[in-house]
Every structure is written in structure tokens, then in C-alpha cells.
Design a protein around this ligand. Structure first.
Ligand SMILES: Cc1ncc(COP(=O)(O)O)c(C=O)c1O
Length: 458
């Protein structure tokens, strides 16, 4: 008998989770103003709100925590993380930050001014938030295939080079301080960008004299997909692929809460000493001195160790196969999901799941609420609420994709949990015709409203 695939770790410490009744959940979600972010974690049975900062650290990471050097300057932890970043990404200069959006804040404070243009592939919401907060514009140049959820394309995170070139031609280089490529592309479904595309984007950017940064939260998962799906990479190691990927960037921002498998942390990597020097002032102002930037020494140690573990093939295979296991269960039942399966999450196509609901009633949010009521599973809306209003017109922006994301924390749940999640969503699918009403907004913030929005039944 062929031996089946199995996880590349065993469990040493556990955290109990509690079931609840449907009646309790109906009350709790109403009390939470139908915003899943407002639920207490003990009101959730399986938490798929995010894969960010929710992973389980390894025994090596926990032991590294004990070795943390909390000296204000010159700490060994600083050199540990610096060496790990140089070895894994190739970037010579780096600034630590407390998380990914802090890295964006420092970078954009350094290079972005009003009316600037930042092309990219479906910018993540915090990236777009930082750009629009500075009255600049994020222009999405993702390939059209990314928006057809039924289409099986290996690299739906790719940039459409024609779209990009049109943007680069239409504006002077002085108005485009950076191109941001998100690897993997969270907003379009955790979809990877091919090496070929990264290479071509860099070539074009060089022709136009424009800097390229990678939003690198899930760079290792991107490398895994390149290894598995792109010709010429099967025999290369994940670390070799990662080094080649970053050779096509001038710098990177990192939310270490994803692929470095820590609960908190981030950084910016640079090739340019000049840019690093300029960014340093903002880092000190917003984050802390350059040898810790918002992290304690023990956090930097765990992060450095996490960079090595997160780029280990066996770990990545376990992780991505678990996501695909859930995807397979849903696909087999005919639930409309984004194909191919993402690296960190399964994205359910809410418009096809609930086609009868009007877009004004927040379709993906409605689906996420129904899934919570059904089984205590907390997903998240990646749709109209997340897209915010157009800063110019004040009108809702209706994105092409209205998705419910089921993000799988790293090394946390077992495949029995995946079975449970699938069963809960299947139950919702079976009664989808009875879901005839969505939600309306009662209260919202002008930017990143989905975190705090309050809703009531439409
Ligand atoms: C692609 C991407 N970029 C940036 C961020 C922001 O990182 P953080 O949550 O650490 O601020 C996230 C968080 O989910 C992300 O997915």
C-alpha cells in the first residue's frame, strides 16, 4: 500500500476550544453588530478570520525566545535577524517594524507624496489604505484571469504587463515612486506570482527607472507554488527560489506574522543604502530604534528562526496540502470557490453562492455570518466592506470579486477541523435559497471600515 501524505510535525502543547449552540451564536453575532471582528475568541469554535499572527510556534522558536537579548542597541537578537534576512532574502539593509502595515507606513512616509501613483497586483487593504491616506492612488494591474474564479490558472497573482506599461507610459517616473507586487496576492485569493512575471515586471520597471518592492507576507508560499507549478523550478530548493524571487526587487515589506510564523513582527528590506538611510528617520520616529523597531529581542529571535522554518519544503508542503484538503472537500460538493486553491486560504465566491442577494446587501459578509451561525466557524469578508468607499465620490466600490476567505492558521488545526468546516459550509449551501436578506451599514469609518463597521439586517 502506498503510504499516504502526513504532517511533518507532531503536537506538544494544546489549547482547548469550545463548542456553542446555534442560539448562543445568533445572540453573540447580533451583539457584535454583525461584525465578526467584534466576537470574543471564546465565542468562536474554529477561527479562520486570519492566518496572520495565529500560527503555532515550534519548540525551536520558543527556545529562541529564551535567548532573546533585550539590550536597547547592539543586541545579539538584532544581528540574528539581520543575518537571517540577508541569508534568506539577500537584502543587505533592513529595518525592523512591529508588523507589516508599520513597514508600509515607514516606506510610504519615505517615498510617497500626494497624487503619486502606485501600480501593483491587487494591493492588500492596508497597503491601499496607506496609499490613499496620503492622497495617492493604487492602480490594480492584475491579470484579468484572476477575477474569473472558475478558471484554473497557475499564477493568478501575475501582473498584466500591458496594463502596467500603460500606467508607466501615462505618468512621469517622478509620479510613480514604486511598484508593489504582493506575493502571494492575498486579495485575489492567495494566488502566486510566477518567477517569469516577477522577472518581466522588474525588467519593465528598470526600463522606466522605477523601483520595485514586494509585499512579501507570504513569499515562501509563493516560492512553493513556483517550485510545484513553474517549469524549470522543480529541482530547485525553496531557498534558491526565494533568493531568485527577491533578486527581482529593490526592496520588500514584510508582515512576519504569516510566513515567518510569529505572532507579531515585521521588517523592511532594502538594496539601496540611500533609501535605507532616508527610511531610518521614520522608523525611529514611528517604530523605535533601528536595532529593534517595535519588537523585543525575544520576538526578533523567534522571527529569525521562523524565517528558516517557514522556508522549509516539508513544512510548506504540509501547510499548503491542508489548505488544498479543505478546498477539495468544498469543490467535490460543488461549492463555488476560487481556483486553483490559494496558499493560505480558501476563498468562497459569495456572488455565486448567493446569486439572488443584491450587491448592496454585502453578500460575502452575509455568507460569513451564516457560516458562523451554522458552526461557530469565523471567516472574513473580502469584498465590498473591505473595498471601502471611493475617496473621490464617497460611493461604495463594488470589487469584481466578492469573497469569503477561510484563512488557515499555520500548524494549528487538524484535518478533522477541515472536515468540520466543510460540513458547516455545506449545510449553509444546502439552505442557501432561504437566505433572502443581507445587511446594511449603521456605522462606518472612512478608511479600513471593515474592522469596526456596525451592521443590521437589511
Ligand atoms: C499581503 C499583506 N500585506 C500586508 C499585510 C499587513 O500586515 P500586518 O497585518 O502585519 O500589519 C497583510 C496582512 O494580512 C497582508 O496579507
Amino acid at each position: 500500500m502506498k503510504l499516504p501524505f502526513s504532517e511533518s510535525y507532531k503536537i506538544k502543547m494544546v489549547e482547548p476550544i469550545r463548542r456553542s449552540t446555534r442560539e448562543q451564536r445568533e445572540q453573540w453575532i447580533e451583539d457584535a453588530k454583525y461584525n465578526l471582528f467584534n466576537l470574543r475568541s471564546d465565542q468562536v469554535f474554529i477561527d479562520l478570520l486570519t492566518d496572520s499572527g495565529t500560527g503555532a510556534m515550534s519548540q525551536m522558536q520558543w527556545s529562541e525566545m529564551m535567548l532573546g537579548d533585550e539590550s536597547y542597541a547592539g543586541a545579539s537578537s538584532y544581528f540574528k535577524i539581520k543575518n537571517a534576512i540577508r541569508e534568506i532574502t539577500g537584502f543587505e539593509y533592513f529595518l525592523p517594524t512591529h508588523q507589516g502595515r508599520a513597514a508600509e507606513n515607514v516606506l510610504f512616509s519615505t517615498i510617497l507624496k500626494e497624487n503619486d501613483i502606485v501600480p501593483g497586483n491587487s494591493h492588500f487593504d492596508t497597503t491601499k489604505g496607506h496609499i490613499e491616506f496620503r492622497k495617492a492612488h493604487a492602480i490594480d494591474c492584475t491579470i484579468d484571469e484572476a477575477f474569473i474564479t472558475t478558471l484554473d490558472h497557475p499564477f493568478k497573482g501575475d501582473v498584466d504587463l500591458n496594463k502596467l506599461e500603460n500606467v508607466l507610459k501615462a505618468h512621469p517616473a517622478s509620479q510613480i515612486p514604486v511598484i508593489i507586487i504582493t506575493i502571494t496576492c492575498n486579495s485575489s485569493g492567495g494566488q502566486p506570482v510566477s518567477m517569469k512575471n516577477l522577472r518581466e515586471v522588474k525588467k519593465m520597471a528598470d526600463q522606466y527607472g522605477i523601483t520595485v518592492f514586494f509585499d512579501s507576507a507570504r513569499f515562501a508560499e509563493n516560492a512553493y507554488f513556483i517550485k510545484i507549478r513553474e517549469e524549470g523550478y522543480r529541482d530547485k530548493s525553496i531557498r534558491e527560489i526565494v533568493r531568485e524571487m527577491f533578486s527581482y526587487a529593490d526592496g520588500m515589506t514584510m508582515s512576519s506574522k504569516k510566513d515567518a510564523i510569529v505572532n507579531m513582527g515585521g521588517f523592511i528590506g532594502f538594496n539601496s543604502k540611500e533609501l535605507f538611510d532616508r527610511a531610518t528617520m521614520y522608523n525611529i520616529l514611528f517604530e523605535g530604534y533601528i536595532s529593534y523597531g517595535g519588537m523585543s529581542g525575544r520576538d526578533m529571535n523567534a522571527l529569525a528562526q521562523g524565517l528558516y522554518e517557514g522556508t522549509d519544503f516539508d513544512y510548506l508542503e504540509t501547510r499548503i496540502k491542508q489548505v488544498a484538503y479543505l478546498g477539495g472537500l468544498l469543490k467535490d460538493y460543488g461549492i463555488p470557490i476560487q481556483f486553483p486553491f490559494g496558499g493560505h486560504a480558501i476563498f468562497v465566491d459569495a456572488k455565486r453562492f448567493l446569486p439572488h442577494l443584491p450587491k448592496e446587501e454585502y453578500v460575502a459578509q452575509t455568507l460569513a455570518i451564516e457560516l458562523y451561525i451554522e458552526g461557530g466557524v469565523r471567516g472574513v469578508e473580502i469584498g465590498t466592506l473591505l473595498a471601502d468607499r471611493d475617496p473621490g465620490t464617497g460611493l461604495n466600490r463594488y470589487p469584481d470579486l466578492e469573497l469569503m476567505r477561510l484563512a488557515i492558521p499555520r500548524r494549528v488545526y487538524t484535518n478533522n477541523h477541515m472536515d468540520y468546516i466543510a460540513a458547516a459550509l455545506i449545510n449553509v449551501f444546502d439552505r442557501r435559497d432561504k437566505i433572502t436578506k443581507g445587511f446594511k451599514i449603521v456605522k462606518e469609518a472612512p478608511i479600513l471600515r471593515h474592522f469596526t463597521v456596525e451592521l443590521e439586517k437589511a
